[in-house]
Design a protein around this ligand. Sequence first.
Ligand code: COA
Length: 372
Amino acid sequence: MTNVQTEYRPGLDGVIAAETVLSFLDTVEGRILIKGYDLIELSKEKGYLDIVHLMIEDSLPTDEQRKAVEERLKENYAGPKEVIDVLKLLPKDTDPMDALRTGVSVLGSFDGALDDRSPETNKDRAYRLLGQMPTIVANSYRILNDLEVIDPDESLPYSDNFLYMITGERPSELEADIFDNSLLLYSEHEMPNSTFTARVIASTNSDMYGALTGGVASLKGNLHGGANEAVMHLLVEGKDVDGFVNLLKEKLANRERIMGFGHRVYMKKIDPRAVQMKEALYELCEAKGDFELYEMCVAGEELMAEEKGLFPNLDYYAAPVYWMLNIPIEMYTPIFFSSRTVGLAAHVLEQHANNRLFRPRVKYNGEAYREL
Ligand code: COA
């Protein structure tokens, strides 16, 4: 009865949805390639702004070019005042991801050249969004929690300022470096649900803000970006090593999913990004002289390997790292989105540059033709 020739793959598992030069999860070599560079090697030598230049301008920057990127982002820190006014109108129990979705959407109304999808204008937009993201993420949380709105501190590097706007405290060098590293690791990751969502929206010739607004909604879910917050709630509930292990055992016995484990592409291997964040967690615990959180995470990792043959993804170790950086739990997923803005913007640019409308078919399981 079918007139659709292709095999149905639930969740589009393994389906090639787009051609890209941006990134690739090479599971054979165990590498995350970003424009040909290994993300883990980049994370050891480079910073988030290097990735921004790499993704948008196609090359790693010289010192001067990195400075120019930073200046361009700083010029855009403030953004339209009306965005903050709109955020103030939201009910106080709004989820910060929903506030972010609204913020990104409202930004579109102040673009002034929304119909211009040329690469140069789209690049401009990407820089504007990247500049405004820390302000929206930090201040939407502050507004929802009746805290004072914080002005960006332009004397600080990009990631230091972002962390400062979140916590209200100037970060130490170690804290700022680890936060910057987490942004780099979250920046781009081939074709997760949010990237697919953004490309699908962009493929109708819709604009970058629309594509990213859809991306926020996608990333909110706990099977995707929302997992980092869910992991931290589990760790808080577990309280200590025994409590956490028992909690995970209980959930496994109830056939519940444990957030922070498993990945569609890595499947039964550890996410290489998680290894980096595990080391960062160790460093933060060492600096504090308290290894309990690290030990809890390692115990959970060992249990999941034994019981389920499942390994941590980035969210499993990013969550306790953010906890150690004194970041409120509800901000973990908005921060992930803020970092991923560069990846999503680059995918929208790529989609617009070589577009074919996404319009798949279905495997129809309904009634055959019925006469009225
Ligand atoms: N905890 C417990 N079991 C898990 C699991 C987890 N975190 N992840 C996968 N599984 C199990 C499933 O229950 C399923 O078992 P079954 O075949 O006995 O039903 C099997 O592994 C395959 O799961 P499936 O949902 O089909 O795989 P997927 O490729 O669609 O899932 C994820 C990928 C990421 C959605 C999944 O691993 C998950 O839900 N992880 C937790 C959420 C998370 O951390 N998300 C962030 C991803 S970066």
